[in-house]
Design a protein around this ligand. Structure first.
Ligand code: B3K
Ligand code: ZN
Length: 877
């Protein structure tokens, strides 16, 4: 353990910066061994800070070597500045001055992948949140916005492409024959949006004409061998640009928009002004190598990063506590975009399913924090599902409370009022409130209160006067640092059905409708529906109108009714999930108690109806057929018995398969489409239902089904079908599974993105030798500890495997802890992310819980990065 532990910083301590940087002039002299960065900062004291003689304190990093410092071209002798804990401090400064400094970097040794680093043969950058300080000394905080001019000097033959933000304004040759390019970005921006790329790259060009008839040059850059895989991303970019004009009235501002794909990247992508940098896994797509899911992901991420140009770049965050200001809003924007491009209900189900599995688990664990955290040790740890996904739910609730038109008026006001500013979540809500007249005072608690509220509903029908009453209670469990909670403003969309499933109109507060938004604002409240002749079946929380856990004691028959007849597509799915969860919980309990598993499955009836209804969207049918995942069942369980969850789920799947074997076979055949691959909603829907049906059918151990898996694997003309066949073979423990895995690797070993999928599937297998398999993968030629995608595939995949990770003797936990310790220094952000499965130790069955805890303690006894220290120490607190 370190002598002194890293300390937290607090939102309440926020102060405006003492200095401003009007202009930033950077020169990069790039070279393989050392890169020299010269920065000239045109600075002045910030009038908003008040009169002061505060010293100039610039952020830096231990990996930055300072060559020299000057003030207004006077070189400072060492006694006139000092460096302490990575910061450069100059005590005496004028009110206005030009600060110059020269730093030396070794990008090739940068394994943290923040700041300037090498990926394959190129140079690239990642500056959000605090990466810029690893390039040069700076006021590295988002409320310091500056106009950047960037000069890049490099060898022409190795780095013919030299890119930075804004527009290229100059290109020449230096005396020693190198290329010199100057980029200028006219929009003031924080340093986290700075980017630079240099390499020998191929480009795809296109043009987008904006609504005001300006032509914007679009460019996507990749390594030469990948340039044939960017057409889909380019089309997605143009769709995003058009959509943001139509849905939000937002037009692109610069004359050029560039995207670059890099292989080594800590996350998905980055919205640098005019120069987005993408993890190649989130940009490249081709039918042969990319699954439908990945196609949709490429489209969503291209859109997300593009939308940041307004929600994030033109209007940015005042400080990192406000991260959800840009992330929650932008996720909401990309979710709505994808819904508009495909199916609204399918998209909603996918997003909610993810939220309920992963964000709810985060909100119930030791790292639980509000959407606007009050403190942090390392900001990189707060790019979380809470900030992103729950943050998006908050914006969605505002949309529900305001309605479409007023929400648009609110977003217009927000963008216009704050263009060019660094603002807060409060400013966002104020704009929404001012433009709509809707009071959001209590609603704002969603930003500051952590934890998932539990809403418990009971009901009573009064036949005499035809009223139906819903009593709702809300309760948010305690989270670290927040023992007591205040009531939230929770919008709950509700409809009523008669016993045949017809929608009923009813009157609430003098409004007669088939669909009501109820405002739950107190700890307990009663809502009365008038004008009914018989007891209705309630359809609660339609569209998942709030990120809460809903508790209402539904009879199985009513869940079946909702599943087949509710007018709200989301709740049809939700009812099926609830039914499946109830049955799985019965089975889990039997398994824990050592009983023989058996269940009289109502779900089978629901599935039967669904499989025979040709009028339904096949994508929705596939989603309803998907049993709750092991991860979701773990989130619901307390304590978690991993082996019981695995066994129960396998049992139910096999039982449903045997009951409905003929239906699954028929549906498989009906939805097998031929022809050229297309990533359209319609074709994706058919493929998803077909492959879901096959995954059941194969469980019957029917020979035809087994043969069809092999045939589909061999003859598929697209990765979705081939990879589905492979996954089905692996998950059903098909006798040829190992052979197929080997053949798949042989076929695709030269396509790194496909190999990543293979690594993930291999690492997440459920069998006794799972841990040994993963250890083997770490030695496999396809594995590379330097590449985050590979680490995520293998170790992330492993963390999902009930058999490998949760081995009874704790060896799975020990193995993961070893890898975290190994990666802690090399790449702290990735190491910290890998800790997530270990943070659940308190919820595990007692024998496993102690073993997991011991591994966390072992990690904590090491010399740790801030990133890993924060997660591990909070988990043990
Ligand atoms: N803003 C970036 C995330 C940066 C993460 C830094 N650790 C991508 C995005 O959310 O669009
Ligand atoms: Zn984002």
């Amino acid at each position: 353990m370190k002598e002194s532990q890293p300390s937290a910083i607090f939102l309440k301590d926020y102060k405006v910066p003492p200095f401003l940087i009007d202009k930033t002039e950077l020169t990069f002299d790039l070279d393989e061994a050392t890169t020299i960065v010269t920065s000239r900062l045109h600075m002045r004291r910030n009038p908003a800070f008040g009169k002061s003689t505060a010293p100039l304190v610039l952020d830096g990093g231990e990996d930055v070597k300072l060559i020299g410092v000057a003030m207004d071209d006077y070189s400072l002798p060492p006694e006139e500045y000092r460096i302490s804990e990575g910061k450069l401090i100059i005590t005496a400064t004028a009110d206005k001055f030009v600060f110059t400094c020269e730093t030396l970097l070794e990008p090739q040794n940068n394994t943290r992948l923040e700041g300037l680093y090498r990926s394959s043969s190129m140079f690239c950058t990642q500056c959000e949140a605090e990466g810029f300080r690893h390039i040069t000394y700076y006021l590295d905080r988002p409320d310091v916005m500056s106009v950047f001019t960037t000069t890049i000097i490099a060898d022409q033959s190795r780095y013919p492409v030299l890119l930075s933000n804004g527009n290229e304004v100059e290109r020449s040759k230096t005396d020693d024959g190198k290329t010199l390019v100057v980029w200028h970005d006219p929009f003031p921006k924080p340093a986290y949006l700075f980017a630079l790329v240099a390499g020998d790259l191929a480009v795809k060009n296109d043009v987008f004409t904006t609504q005001s008839k300006r032509d914007v040059k679009l460019q996507i850059f990749t390594e030469t061998h990948n340039i044939d895989k960017v057409d889909y991303a380019m089309e997605a970019l143009k769709r995003s640009m058009r959509w943001d004009e139509e849905a939000y009235g937002r037009e692109y501002d610069l004359d050029i928009f560039m995207i670059v794909a890099v292989d080594d990247f800590n996350m998905g992508a980055m919205e640098n002004k005019g120069l987005n940098i993408f993890n190649s896994s989130c940009l490249l797509a081709s039918p042969e190598t990319t699954t439908d899911d990945s196609y949709l992901r490429v489209e969503a991420i291209v859109a997300h990063e593009y939308f940041h140009n307004w929600s994030g770049n033109r209007v940015t965050c005042r400080d990192w506590f406000q991260l959800s200001l840009k992330e929650g809003f932008t996720v909401f924007r990309d979710q709505t975009f994808s819904a508009d491009m495909h199916s609204e209900t399918v998209k909603r189900v996918e997003d909610v399913s993810f939220l309920k599995t992963a964000q709810f688990a985060e909100d119930a664990g030791p790292m639980a924090h509000p959407v606007r955290p009050a403190s942090f040790i390392e900001i990189s740890n707060f790019y979380t599902l809470t900030v992103y996904e729950k943050g998006a739910e908050i914006v969605r609730m505002i949309h529900t409370l305001l309605g479409k038109e007023k929400f648009r008026a609110g977003s217009d006001l927000y963008f216009n009022r704050h263009d060019g500013q660094a603002v807060t979540c409060d400013d966002f809500v104020a704009a929404m409130q001012d433009a709509s007249g809707v009071d959001l005072t209590q609603f704002k608690r969603w930003y500051s209160q952590a934890g998932t509220p539990i809403v418990t509903v009971t009901d009573r029908f009064d036949a005499e006067n035809g009223t139906y009453r819903l009593t709702m209670k809300q309760d948010t469990p305690a989270t670290p640092g927040q023992p007591t909670k205040l009531p939230l403003h929770i919008p709950i969309r509700v409809g009523l059905l008669d016993e045949l499933g017809n929608a009923l109109s009813a009157t609430v507060d003098n409004v007669n409708s088939e669909d009501h938004v109820l405002h739950l604002i107190s700890n307990e409240q009663v809502f009365e529906f008038a004008g009914l002749t018989a007891r209705p079946v309630p359809s609660l929380l339609r569209g998942f109108s709030a990120p809460v856990k809903l508790r209402y004691d539904y009879a199985p028959a009513n869940l079946l009714l909702l599943m087949s007849a509710d007018s709200d597509g989301f709740n049809r799915w939700s009812a099926a999930q609830q039914l499946a969860v109830n049955e799985l919980n019965t089975l889990i309990k039997q398994s824990i108690d050592g009983e023989t598993l058996s269940v009289n499955s109502q779900l089978a009836h629901g599935f039967k109806t669904l499989l025979s209804d040709a009028s339904l969207d096949p994508a929705m049918v596939a989603l309803v057929l998907a049993l709750p995942s092991q991860a979701y069942l773990s989130e619901l369980a307390n304590p978690i018995y991993p082996a019981a969850i695995k066994q129960a789920r396998q049992y139910l799947k096999a039982q449903l398969a045997n009951t409905l074997a003929e239906d699954f076979e028929r549906v498989y055949r009906e939805h097998s489409i031929s022809g050229e691959y297309q990533a359209t909603a319609e074709d994706i829907a058919h493929r998803s239902l077909k492959n879901m049906a096959l995954s059941y059918w194969v469980e019957t151990k029917d020979e035809t089904a087994h043969r069809i898996v092999l045939e589909q694997f061999q003859s598929a003309n697209n990765m979705t079908d081939q990879f589905s066949a492979l996954s089905i073979a692996v998950n059903s423990q098909h006798e040829k599974a190992a052979e197929l895995l080997a053949a798949f690797y042989e076929q695709w070993k030269d396509e790194p993105l496909v190999v990543n999928k293979w690594l993930m599937l291999t690492a997440s297998q459920e069998h006794d030798a799972a841990l040994a398999t993963v250890k083997g993968l770490m030695e496999h030629p396809a594995f590379d500890l330097k590449n985050p995608n590979k680490v995520r595939s293998v170790l992330g995949g492993f963390g999902q495997s009930m058999s490998g990770f949760h081995k009874e003797d704790g060896s799975g936990y020990r193995f993961l802890a070893d890898q975290i310790i190994l990666l802690n220094k090399r790449n702290p952000q990735i190491a910290s992310r890998l800790c997530t499965p270990l943070t659940r130790w308190k919820k595990l069955q007692p024998e496993l819980s102690v073993k997991m805890k011991a591994e966390l303690e072992r990690i904590l006894s090491e010399e740790l990065s801030k990133d890993v220290y924060e997660v591990v120490s909070k988990s043990l607190a």
